[in-house]
Design a binder for this molecule. Structure first.
Ligand code: SF4
Length: 363
């Protein structure tokens, strides 16, 4: 059985220039056909699912209108057995948070919000091309609390051009004051095909790796001091508020992805849905496959993925699991990237900074 379900809602009212996710801006009609297709796809997998976590991501799922959201939530309730559901997350853009939709989500059983605040500084929000202000983000956060949400995650970005260490410190402190249960802090990346990548290529934007390393370290210090556990390279949580859905990915569980561009991995088989909403809709409605890529993963590949992701978490990986890479790991231990504790390998503070390079040994 598959216990973890991801649903990709590919619509955004406004496209951010750094974003490489599959998304589009679309009219009402396309959104409605998409919801029909999505529920058909969910029905196809009904017998495979015994859902413990759901993650509504995108795109901007919170940009659906009240009526569209109601249709999605009631459709999922009709199709899926949600009696074992523990965590149901939705990504919300602060610009699209409204009382009626928040109440609808809460009543439908959504119990975790992941809010893309990104920064509490209006200038930096403009640089990122975000449409919300810091004030709107705070109002949205308060509104979600008033509706009753007791598990809110705030997403932040560091490494933004113009973001000094002290501006980053202000954003971290402001977030700590609001006391969300969970926080994600991502370094800005320049993904091929995005306007930011173009600016990087032409020298208009220049990442500052030393400053980013200081910002990463500052986040670690301030957040750990404030009681947040750094449980994965980019993620911090108060006790008992780690994301169950994301932990499932990192620990190598089966998961199913619905919607265009969504990946699934079930019993060693990985596939991806086509990253084209119109084709996704027509294929689903015609009863045809929505997959545009499929591969069988060997046990060695699955073990390498589990090791690479596991090492990025605070659980690390046990010696037995790490045996195929023991020589490389011992070398990294000498380079102060890894250390041993209770028969497990863990990243040192230096290893956390260089986690992407460390993970390369597994592939
Ligand atoms: S709102 Fe999120 S998904 Fe949409 S373009 Fe911006 S970053 Fe990408």
């Amino acid at each position: 059985m598959v216990e973890h379900l991801y649903i990709h809602i590919p619509f955004c009212p406004h496209i951010c220039p750094y974003c490489a996710f599959y998304k589009e801006s679309a009219g009402k009609e396309r959104v409605e056909s998409f919801l029909d297709a999505l529920l058909i796809e969910a029905s196809r997998y009904r017998s495979l699912l015994s859902v413990r976590t759901i993650f509504l991501g995108g795109g901007t799922p919170s940009a659906l209108s009240f009526t569209q959201m109601e249709r999605l939530l009631s459709g999922l309730h009709e199709i899926l057995d949600l009696s074992h559901l523990e965590e149901w997350s939705i990504e919300m853009n602060p610009a699209t948070v409204a009382t009626d939709k928040a109440k609808l989500l809460y009543q439908a059983g959504v119990n975790r919000i992941s809010m893309g605040v990104q920064s509490w500084n209006d200038e930096l929000l403009k640089t990122l091309g975000r449409t919300h202000s810091a004030q709107k983000a705070e109002e949205s956060f308060d509104l979600l609390r008033e509706v009753g949400f007791k598990n809110i995650s705030v997403d932040l970005i560091f490494g933004i051009p113009g973001q000094s260490l002290s501006l980053w410190e202000k954003t971290l402190k402001k977030t700590i004051d609001l006391a969300p249960e969970h926080l994600s802090a991502y370094g800005l990346t320049y993904e091929e095909g995005t306007p930011f990548f173009h600016l990087l290529k032409h020298g208009v934007m220049k990442p500052n790796e030393h400053l980013e390393a200081d910002q990463f370290q500052l986040a670690f210090e301030l957040l750990e001091n404030a009681g947040y556990k750094h449980y994965e390279i980019s993620n911090y949580a108060q006790e008992k508020f780690e994301s169950k859905h994301n932990m499932a990915y990192w620990l190598g569980a089966n998961y199913l992805g619905l919607g265009p561009s969504a990946f699934s991995t079930v019993e060693g088989l990985r596939w991806r849905n086509i990253a084209d909403t119109l084709l996704y809709i027509s294929s689903t409605q015609a009863g045809e496959t929505t997959h545009d890529f499929q591969e069988e993963l060997s046990e060695a590949t699955l073990a390498a993925e589990r090791a690479a992701f596991g090492l990025r978490t605070h659980y690390g990986i046990d010696f037995q699991e790490a045996e195929p890479w023991r020589d490389a790991m011992e070398k990294m231990e000498k380079e102060n990237l890894l250390y041993r504790k209770d028969n497990r390998w863990l990243l040192t503070p230096r290893g956390r900074l260089l986690a992407d390079s460390v993970s390369e040994i597994f592939f």
